[in-house]
Design a binder for this molecule. Structure first.
Ligand SMILES: C[S@@+](CC[C@H](N)C(=O)[O-])C[C@H]1O[C@@H](n2cnc3c(N)ncnc32)[C@H](O)[C@@H]1O
Length: 244
């Protein structure tokens, strides 16, 4: 059971959730209370269960919540989002908190993490989130408008897992660090063979967070049947069709 921030002392190492930074207050606006409750869950159960390192707690707001949240500027209104390798919910849960218009599916293979995610979703009362236990390359989900990932794999491997989950016309948004340009160069052939277009680097949250968040965007231009060498052009499905 996930406990509230006021119970932090009872749930393990006595970690107290940090208060929101000024940038977090400005960024989350009327969703701040929900974000604050999520930070409390991360700082208590998340740390106790080994999903978040104890040294991360003082920087949960900046390095994790705001860092993930600012990528929402790249996501269209009402989009369906699959977050691959959510871990403790980053960036998927943050996006669901920030943007109640989104429908978010968190894909995570490890039971310890999906249990935490299920409890967090229930505790926060998020009606726009589904948790799916499984590996991205094995789950069977409706195509999504947007597939997100942070700290899951190098871009070539990540594209192989994520582009098949996106609708034609949809996109992969991969949070990356300073190696983004090199990863794009190394993944170019793999991305093209997966039906992905040219990768674009976005800096999100300029003036909100320092450094801003680097996001690699790859639009899925055509559908490629996973495991086949031939590419098939398909009508945009916008998340309505199921994967084959
Ligand atoms: C370093 S953690 C990052 C977690 C979270 N995205 C974050 O930024 O804090 C990588 C996560 O990817 C998950 N993962 C690894 N391989 C995966 C796969 N094939 N499909 C989906 N998730 C995977 C792991 O279980 C783990 O939770």
């Amino acid at each position: 059971m996930i406990e509230s921030r006021h119970d932090a002392g009872d749930s393990g190492p006595g970690v107290t959730a940090p208060g929101p930074s000024s940038s977090a207050i400005a960024f989350f606006g009327d969703r701040l209370d929900l974000a604050d409750r999520y930070v409390s869950l991360l700082a208590t159960d998340g740390v106790v269960r080994g999903l978040i390192g104890p040294r991360e707690t003082p920087r949960l707001w900046e390095r994790h919540l705001v860092n993930c949240g600012v990528m929402e500027s790249l996501i269209p209104q009402g989009a369906s989002v699959i977050d691959v390798g959510s871990g403790a919910g980053l960036p998927g849960l943050v996006l669901a908190i920030t943007r109640p218009d989104l429908t978010v599916t968190l894909v995570e293979p490890l039971a310890r993490r999906t249990v935490f995610l299920d409890e967090a979703v229930a505790s926060l009362g998020l009606g726009n989130v589904t948790v799916v236990r499984g590996r991205a390359e094995e789950v069977d989900l409706p195509f999504a408008d947007v597939v997100t990932a942070r700290a899951v794999a190098a871009l070539d491997k990540l594209a192989g897992w994520c582009l098949p989950l996106a609708a034609v016309g949809g996109r992969l948004l991969a949070m990356k660090g300073s190696s983004a340009a090199e990863e794009i160069a190394a993944a170019q052939n793999a991305v093209a063979s997966l039906g992905g277009g040219e990768a674009v680097i976005h800096l999100c949250g300029v003036g909100v967070i320092d450094p801003p968040t680097t996001v690699v965007e790859i639009v899925k231009e055509r559908h490629v049947v996973p495991g086949s060498s031939s590419a098939h052009r398909a009508a945009p499905s916008r998340g309505k069709s199921r994967r084959r």
